[in-house]
Design a protein around this ligand. Sequence first.
Ligand code: CND
Ligand code: ZN
Ligand code: ZN
Length: 374
Amino acid sequence: METTGKVIKCKAAVLWEAGKPFSIEEVEVPPPRAHEIRVKIVATGICRSDEHIVHGLLSRIKYPIILGHEGAGIVESVGEEVTGVKPGDKVIPLFLPQCGKCVCCRNPESNLCLKSTISAPQAEDEKIKFTCKGKLINRMAQISTFSEYTILDEIAFAKIDDNAPLDRVCLIGCGFSTGYGSAVNTAKVQPGSTCAVFGLGGVGLSVVIGCKVAGASRIIAVDINKTKFAKAKELGATDCLNPQDYDKPIQKVLKDMTNGGVHYSFECIGHVDSMVDALESSHPGFGTCVIIGVAPYTDKISFDPMLLLTGRTLKGSHFGGLKGKISVPKMVSDYMAKKFKLDELVTHTLPINKINEGFELLRAGESIRTILKF
Ligand code: CND
Ligand code: ZN
Ligand code: ZN
C-alpha cells in the first residue's frame, strides 16, 4: 500500500483537557512496529465511559488524549512478526486485550489481562503513538478509536468476518458485549428467572437483550428517563419502572413485584447508590447482583454486609466477562447469523466532525448509541 512504512497524517478528535469540547485536528500516526498493526477506523460508537473521561471522573487518565473504545476498522499495514492478519482484513480493537500468557488470561474464569491499562496503567506511557502540533497525545485503553488511523498491539484486536457491517459491529467492541456478556456470561441468567436492569443506555439495553436470549421470564427495566422505555420493551423488557413515580425506594418496589427480590440485578448507570439499590433488589439466599456501571473514582460504595451474609452474590463485569480475541469474532458471527438484536441500539449516525453534537445527544438522554464515521 502507498502508505505502508510511512507516517500517516489524518483526522482525529483530540481532547486537550478535561471539561473542554473535542477539537478535530490533524494528527500523525507512525507506522506499526514489530507486534503492532495500523488500522483505518471506519466507525466508532460513543459510550458513557468516554464521557466520564471528558469530565475527569476516571483516575490515572492523562490529557491531551484521544478517546474512543468502541470501534471497528480495516487493517492498513502490519508490523513485523504479526501473524494471522493482513492489510484489508476487518478488525475490532480490544480495550481489554488478551495476551494469552498472563495468569489471568490463562485462567478460564477470568477475562482480565495483566497487560491491560486497567491492570498496568503505566504501560500506556511507554506506548504513546500520536502526535499533534508537535505534542504527544495520550491514548485511551491503548486503542483510541476517535482517530481515523490508530496503532494496535497484536494482543489488542480481534479479526472478524469480512462481510461484517463495521458501522454496526463496532458496538461489539464495548457496549453490546459488555451488557450482553454480563447477562449471559457473568450472571449466567437461567431460563424462567427474574431480572432487574438499572439504566437503559447502550449497556443496559444490551443486558436486556442478553436476559431475553437467556430465557428470563421477567425483565424489569429501571430508568429515570421514560423515553428509554419503548426501546426496552421492544428488546425484551416485560416491565418498565421510573423510580421517580414511587414514594417508596425502588428496591422495595422490585421486591414487592417479585416475591422478595429478583434472581439477577444489573447496575448499568455508574452511581454507587444505584449499585446498593441493585444489590438490595436481589433475592436473599440466591440473588446475584452484577456491577457494570463505572462510578467516579472519588466515590466509594457502602452497604450493610448482612446483605451478603444472607446469601446474595455481588459481582463485577468488565467487557461482559468476555475474552476478546476468542469471543469477539464469535459475537460478530452470531450477529451475522441473527442470533440477537443489535441494530436497534443505533439511534444516530454522524460524521466525526460532529463528535461534540454526538456527546450532547448522550448528555441530553436522546441517544442510545451514536455511531461516528470517518
Ligand atoms: P448511558 O448514559 O447511555 O445510560 C445510562 C442510563 O442510566 C441512562 O438511560 C440514564 O437515563 C440512566 N440513569 C441515570 N441516572 C439514573 C438513576 N438514578 N436511576 C435510573 N436510571 C438512571 O450509558 P452507557 O449505557 O453507555 O453506560 C452505562 C454505564 O456502563 C456507564 O457508567 C459506563 O461508563 C459503564 C461501562 C462499563 C463497561 C464495563 O466494561 N464494565 C464498559 N463500558 C461502559
Ligand atoms: Zn464502553
Ligand atoms: Zn494477559
